[in-house]
Ligand binder design. Sequence first.
Ligand code: NDP
Length: 273
Amino acid sequence: MNTIDQYAVFGSPINHSKSPRIHRLFAEQSHQNLDYVAQEVTAENFVTAVTEFFAQGGKGLNCTVPLKELAYRFATQKTERAKAAKAVNTLALRPDGSILGDNTDGIGLVNDLTVNHGIVLKDKRVLILGAGGATRGILALLLEQKPDCLIVANRTAEKALQLAIEFNHSFDGCGFDDLHDQPFDLILNATSASLSNELPPLPENLLAKNGVCYDLAYGNTPTAFVRWGKLQNASKSLDGLGMLVEQAAEAFALWRSVRPDTKAVIDLLNTER
Ligand code: NDP
């Protein structure tokens, strides 16, 4: 049994994950004695890997693509926000041996938008591009901010429509073709298009004057969507590095009962791009 508390991120692909660096910086900053590693785990070997991890004394896990729905099913208890998302990015071993599943993506995004960037969502028109796992994770938290309207547009329109039904029509779902003449104050790109340097097909005049663009994806150079936002004269065109650090901080707080200083870590990672 290890004497240092063990944490990990599971996913596939995982070799470029920044999570080990972020959590080690949090640990250093808050004087916590722990280790955090990245482990390549596919959907096929998820249950074996996660069972082994906790059997060997592991304290907590992050799960990323393509494992968030499997992690949701694995957890024996779930937070309300995990239940709303039906996806889990954080597993925590509880003192009674149960495994708690949480989803920290939504609070990570909202903290980055509202705290780090001072963006107000109340009464604003918000558009989410994409209807995959990330969108599931952020919807409940965005709705809590009481935007004037929230629309989810997806390449496969049917998936956005289904999501709207699942969330009791608290927002509208549509395809990209249905977006026209309705400028938004905030456009969130939650598609994985940026990962292949692609841009969803977006009409002209989609962004309101002084509007903000935010790509959940991030990279060492501006993503295709961040570049698009700048071309649309967005007041801010941001990527998801801040969200990544903020969602990690929520997981760290759940595991260690210590809230790390995210600004110091975001600033450091920004200097390393
Ligand atoms: P999923 O695979 O679950 O969903 C992908 C979504 O992207 C689907 O809606 C899909 O549409 C759409 N899509 C894929 N390619 C294209 C394309 N070329 N043009 C238009 N739409 C496309 O992925 P996730 O939801 O888990 O992740 C989405 C993004 O969010 C990723 O870039 C991921 O890195 C990022 N992310 C960032 C986080 C952070 O902390 N910063 C946290 C979580 C996610 P369709 O349904 O038609 O296939």
